[in-house]
Design a protein around this ligand. Structure first.
Ligand SMILES: *Cc1c(COP(=O)(O)O)cnc(C)c1O
Length: 361
């Protein structure tokens, strides 16, 4: 090992393995919670026309004012609340950590949950505290969370609503109890907002430590990398100071503003995905040995017969379908696979392949 690497790179970074994105060329992609639908041709043409006028030699609007206005209008953001844009919500998670990180400061969330809370906390030198969800239904263990908040005094608490990778939505009263008990910020991560009817967006401002974070990724614009944070303006003004200038590029700003003007197209697509989620859920239930969990997101966590997750993942890949194998990532996720809801054809291919894999052995 290169001695300089060994002496210079922080041990916690050296111990990591880089975030792994599996090769997906030629496969039906049901691994990453993407919207499977593209835009109608006329809309694509209008969008390209919009890009024509851009001046790539100029820096983008540093705050993305036009995009902010489009988001405020499309997403029912309370008028008196602040809005901050990020290069994906991952960058907002990073900005939050950079704003509060100091030796001994902690990030608290529930496990299994979104891995970037832990990872980005570690990059910023913060400690992560994960409180296990309840084994039977992945609901919040409220006494355990309140006890951990009391003990650890976390600077940041993250709650994904609905949760990834479990797909369930936590009890809103539990969330409120946590917001009221937390000494620091509570960030409600609504990455899956298009797939549920529940939201804390209308409640920002009710507590001075509540922020709501969203992304346009799961709605159908994952390639743009755009997340947004909503909360009390005094908080957002501080977090804005660690934002790199021009963090949201001009192509993203213009394309997202354009897309939001046509939000009805995305609403139609996400409605279809929600209907497909129900159909896929029913089909998975009918396959002997599978136990799909309820979902308010665009994926379904499914428990498979003991010890079979790896073989099923491989078998599906052989059949041309890429999914996510969660077995081994957390004790509560033993024998669990995660299927992103795709088009009716993709979901049918998944169900057929699962049936064949589970009956031929
Ligand atoms: C996908 C996801 C994100 C990341 O969103 P980006 O905007 O694509 O960075 C954040 N939180 C949760 C819970 C997610 O599942």
């Amino acid at each position: 090992m290169n001695a300089r690497i060994e002496s210079l790179v922080r041990p916690e970074i050296r111990a990591l393995r880089a975030y792994h994105v599996p090769e997906s060329a030629g496969l039906i992609k049901l691994d990453a919670m993407e919207n499977p639908y593209t835009w109608p041709e006329a809309l694509q043409a209008d969008w390209l026309e919009t890009l024509r006028g851009l001046e790539l030699n100029r820096y983008p609007d540093p705050k993305g004012h036009a995009l902010q206005a489009a988001l405020r209008e499309a997403m029912e953001i309370p008028e008196d609340m602040g809005l901050l844009l990020g290069n994906g919500s991952d960058e907002l998670i990073q900005m939050l950590a950079l704003t509060v990180a100091a030796p001994g400061r902690k990030i608290l969330s529930v496990d299994p949950g979104f891995v970037m809370y832990r990872m980005i906390g570690l990059f910023a030198g913060m400690d992560y505290v994960g409180v296990p969800l309840q084994a039977e239904d992945f609901s919040i263990d409220l006494p355990a969370v309140l006890e951990a908040i009391e003990r650890e005094q976390p600077a940041l608490v993250y709650l994904a609503y609905p949760n990834n990778p479990t797909g369930n939505r936590f009890d809103a009263d539990d969330m409120v109890r946590i917001i009221e008990a937390a000494p620091g910020l509570v960030i409600v991560d609504e990455a899956y907002a298009p797939f549920t009817d529940s939201s804390f967006m209308g409640l920002v401002g009710d507590w001075d430590n509540l922020l709501v974070m969203r992304t346009v990724s799961k709605m159908g614009l994952a390639g743009l990398r755009l997340g947004y944070l909503v909360g009390p303006p005094d908080w957002l003004a501080e977090i804005d100071k660690v934002r790199l200038p021009y963090n949201v590029n001009v192509l993203t700003q213009v394309s997202a503003a354009f897309a939001l003007k046509h939000k009805a197209v995305f609403d139609e697509q996400t409605r279809t995905i929600r209907a497909e989620r129900t159909r896929l859920q029913d089909a998975l239930h009918r396959i002997p040995g599978l136990h799909p969990y309820p979902s308010e997101a665009n994926f379904i966590l499914t428990r498979v017969p003991e010890g079979r997750a790896g073989a099923l993942f491989d078998g599906l890949k052989q059949a041309g379908i890429l999914i996510k194998n969660l077995d081994g990532t957390h004790p509560l996720l033993a024998d669990c696979l995660r299927f992103t809801v795709g088009t009716p054809e993709e979901n049918a291919a998944l169900v057929t392949a699962l049936e064949s894999l589970l009956t031929t052995s």
